[in-house]
Design a protein around this ligand. Structure first.
Ligand code: AMP
Length: 418
C-alpha cells in the first residue's frame, strides 16, 4: 500500500514526502480509509505505531475542502509533551497546505495563546484543563469544529481528565466526526465511546504485546544496588541514547545527579519542572546534547524520541500498561531497541501479572562481574548494635543508653533510596 492510494491532496502528499514517510504503517493503512469516509473511529494502538499521522492526515484532507481560518479540527491530549509532539507532526505534514495549527496547554502564558487564536487557527491541539480555561473566558469558539480527536484516552482517564472531557464534548457541535485513540479500553473509555461516538469502526494494532522490535529483560537486583547496577550497565553496554524511568520525582533527580557525577551528559524531566525546562531537556535529548534522559512516568507518554536505543526502568512501573508504554519508547518504526527493568523482591507480584498478560515469561538477566552480594547498607543507627554506656550525673558510673536525637540520621551514602 502507498500513501498515493488514499487520494490525498497533492499538498498533503508533499508533506508526507517532507517528513520522509514512504509507506503507511499498519494503523495508518487501517484507520485512514474509514476516517476519510467521515466515520467515527476507535483506534487501539500504542505510541510508536504511527497513530498520530493516522488521525492527522484525514483531518488535513477534510480541512482542505472547506473554509479556512476557523477552528475545525480539535485534538485533545493528556500531556503537554504529547500535545507538542502532535503539533510537531501536524506542522511537518501540513507544511505545504497553509493550514494553521497551534498547541494549547497550561504552565505558559494565556495571553499569547489568545492572540494566536484571534488570528484564525484551523487545528488546535490542547490539554483539557487549559482548553476549558479558554472556553470559560470566551477566547475559543467551537462552533465550526467538525473533527474531534481524543488521543491516549486511557491515559486521559488515569490522569483524572474524564469530567473535563465530558464538559468539552458537551460544548461541541453534535454533528461532528470523533476519532478516539487508546492503548487499552478500560470501562470508563468504553462508557465514553457509547455516549459520544456514533457507530464507530474499531481498528486495532497489537494492543498488549510490546512492539516486536523491542528486546525486553528483567534485572533482579536489591533496591540499594540499583544505582551501582545502572552505572555498570551503562558502562558495559555502550548505549547511545538512554531513557531512564524512576517512580518518583526525587529519584529522578537523584539518579540524574549520580550519573552526572560519573561524567554522563544527562538531563531529567519531572512534573515540578517548568514547561521551559522540560522542553529544553527534551530538545537536548533529541538533538544528542544529552545521551541520558531520566524521567518520571508522567513524562513517559508524550516523548517521541525515535532514536532511543535503550529504555531502563530503574523502578518497575505500577501497571502493565505503563510498562508497555515505557518500553514502547524504544524500538520504534524500523528500528530495534532494548528495554531493561530493574526488579526487586517487592516487584514480584507485578512481574507475575505482567507475564500472565504477555502470556510468556520475561527473560531474567544478570551482569557477570557485578557484586550482587555487596554488604547491605546500614539502615538505622540502632542496627549498629548496643551503644557504649556513659556515666550520667544522676547515676555516676551507671550504664545508661544515650538517646539518639531525632535529627541524627545515617549518612546519606547509607540511606535507603526514598
Ligand atoms: P506515533 O505512534 O504517532 O507517535 O509515531 C511514532 C513515530 O513514527 C514518529 O516518529 C513518526 O514520525 C513515525 N512515523 C509515523 N508514520 C510513519 C510512516 N508511515 N513511516 C515511517 N515513520 C513513521
Amino acid at each position: 500500500m502507498t500513501f498515493e492510494s488514499f487520494n490525498f491532496h497533492p499538498a498533503i502528499l508533499s508533506g508526507i514526502k517532507t517528513v520522509g514517510y514512504t509507506e503507511p504503517t499498519p494503523i495508518q493503512a487501517q484507520a485512514i480509509p474509514p476516517a476519510l469516509e467521515g466515520r467515527d473511529l476507535i483506534g487501539l494502538a500504542q505510541t510508536g505505531t504511527g497513530k498520530t499521522a493516522a488521525f492527522v492526515l484525514p483531518m488535513l484532507q477534510k480541512l482542505l475542502r472547506g473554509p479556512r481560518g476557523k477552528l475545525r479540527g480539535l485534538i485533545i491530549s493528556p500531556t503537554r509533551e504529547l500535545a507538542e509532539q502532535i503539533y510537531d507532526a501536524i506542522k511537518g505534514l501540513s507544511h505545504h497546505t497553509g493550514i494553521r495549527s497551534m498547541a494549547i496547554y497550561g504552565g505558559v502564558g494565556m495571553e499569547a495563546q489568545k492572540s494566536k487564536l484571534r488570528v484564525g487557527i484551523d487545528i488546535v491541539v490542547a490539554c483539557p484543563g487549559r482548553l476549558l480555561d479558554h472556553v470559560w473566558q470566551g477566547s475559543i469558539d467551537f462552533t465550526d469544529v467538525e473533527t474531534l480527536v481524543i488521543d491516549e484516552a486511557d491515559r486521559m482517564f488515569d490522569m483524572g481528565f474524564l469530567p473535563d472531557i465530558r464538559k468539552i464534548m458537551k460544548c461541541l457541535m453534535h454533528e461532528r466526526q470523533t476519532l478516539l485513540f487508546s492503548a487499552t479500553m478500560p470501562d470508563d473509555v468504553r462508557k465514553l465511546v457509547r455516549e459520544f461516538l456514533k457507530d464507530p469502526v474499531t481498528v486495532q494494532i497489537g494492543t498488549v504485546a510490546p512492539a516486536n522490535t523491542v528486546a525486553h529483560a528483567l534485572y533482579p537486583v536489591r533496591q540499594d544496588l540499583k544505582t551501582p547496577l545502572l552505572k555498570t550497565l551503562l558502562k558495559e553496554k555502550g548505549m547511545d541514547s538512554v531513557l531512564i524511568f524512576t517512580r518518583t520525582k526525587h529519584r529522578t533527580e537523584r539518579v540524574a545527579l549520580a550519573l552526572g557525577q560519573e561524567g554522563y551528559a544527562v538531563a531529567s524531566i519531572q512534573g515540578n519542572l517548568s514547561q521551559y525546562r522540560r522542553q529544553a531537556a527534551l530538545d537536548g535529548f533529541k538533538d544528542g546534547t544529552f545521551k541520558v534522559l531520566v524521567a518520571t512516568d508522567i513524562a513517559s507518554r508524550g516523548i517521541d524520541v525515535s532514536d532511543v536505543s535503550h529504555v531502563i526502568n530503574y523502578d518497575m512501573p505500577d501497571t502493565a500498561d505503563a510498562y508497555i508504554h515505557r518500553i514502547g519508547r524504544t524500538g520504534r518504526i524500523g528500528k530495534t531497541g532494548d528495554a531493561f527493568t530493574f526488579v526487586s523482591a517487592e516487584d514480584e507480584p507485578m512481574v507475575r501479572a505482567l507475564e500472565r498478560l504477555l502470556k510468556s515469561p520475561i527473560e531474567r538477566r544478570s551482569l557477570e562481574h557485578f557484586k550482587y552480594d555487596a554488604p547491605e547498607p546500614v539502615k538505622h543507627e540502632f542496627a549498629r548494635g548496643p551503644r557504649p554506656s556513659r556515666p550520667t550525673p544522676a547515676a555516676p558510673g551507671a550504664g545508661e543508653r544515650r538517646r539518639v536525637p531525632s535529627w541524627r540520621r545515617p549518612p546519606a551514602a547509607y540511606r535507603q533510596p526514598a
